[in-house]
Design a protein around this ligand. Structure first.
Ligand code: ADP
Ligand code: MG
Length: 209
């Protein structure tokens, strides 16, 4: 089940390669889709090696290692380190619920900030990942079903990507464009949304089955 969720993410990233490269052509060097696709292929190989019985922790570790070792650019190593940090906060007994997801996205955000020193509003992947983490916060989840929480998190992620269009980049390659970066979506924020939408699609299907 966890493995199928990872496969949904891999498939989504491979199919959005050209779209992500296109966004990065506007703000950077046009390789974000290719970087994410090579990360997805490396993660797929690592998952095949980890075998069918791999649990969430093993899957996050295998994907993190594979991405760190195989993906160049800025975002790949940040994503890889985020997967490894997320692996640290789950174990065999972790349930798929809002509290676990808050821990996972909390660890990922913290690691990305530790390495890249970016804040909310700097026009990076964090403008999508921080709102996702907030949506899983206990206060924001009160009175909601898990499906409603996922929908709220996905909407917050989508709003986060929209927000990146309205602001100037302060980190990464796009920062050198200054105000000229306004009007374009951040590629790393777009890949974070693609990853999260693939997970939500998979989780919602499994809730219904
Ligand atoms: P590169 O910029 O080296 O070509 P990519 O194109 O793969 O790498 O990734 C670019 C993305 O990396 C940006 O769109 C942004 O979301 C993300 N990014 C850049 N710098 C940072 C940072 N300091 N913290 C978080 N994310 C960052
Ligand atoms: Mg790039």
């Amino acid at each position: 089940m966890t493995r199928a969720a990872a496969e949904a993410v891999i498939k989504a990233l491979l199919s959005e390669k050209d779209y992500l490269n296109g966004l990065d052509e506007k703000l950077g060097d046009g390789d974000h889709g290719s970087n994410m696709a090579s990360g997805a292929l490396a993660a797929k190989e690592a998952l095949d090696e980890a075998g069918d019985e791999a649990d969430l922790k093993k899957i996050l570790q295998a994907a993190g290692d594979a991405v760190i070792m195989n993906v160049g650019g800025t975002a790949g190593p940040l994503y890889g380190a985020a997967f490894l940090a997320a692996a640290e906060v789950v174990n065999k007994n972790s349930a798929l619920d809002a509290a676990t997801l808050e821990k996972i996205f909390g660890a990922a955000v913290e690691e990305i900030q530790k390495r890249g020193n970016a804040q909310l509003g700097d026009k990076t992947m964090l403008d999508v990942l921080i709102p996702i983490r907030e949506a899983f916060n206990a206060e924001n989840c009160a009175g909601k079903s898990f499906e409603e929480i996922l929908t709220a998190a996905r909407d917050a992620a989508r709003d986060g990507l929209e927000f990146t269009k309205t602001i100037a980049a302060k980190k990464g390659r796009a920062a050198s464009l200054g105000e000229k970066s306004i009007g374009f979506e951040d590629p790393g924020a777009a890949s974070a949304l693609i990853i999260f939408r693939a997970l939500c699609g998979y989780w919602k299907d499994s809730l219904r089955n």
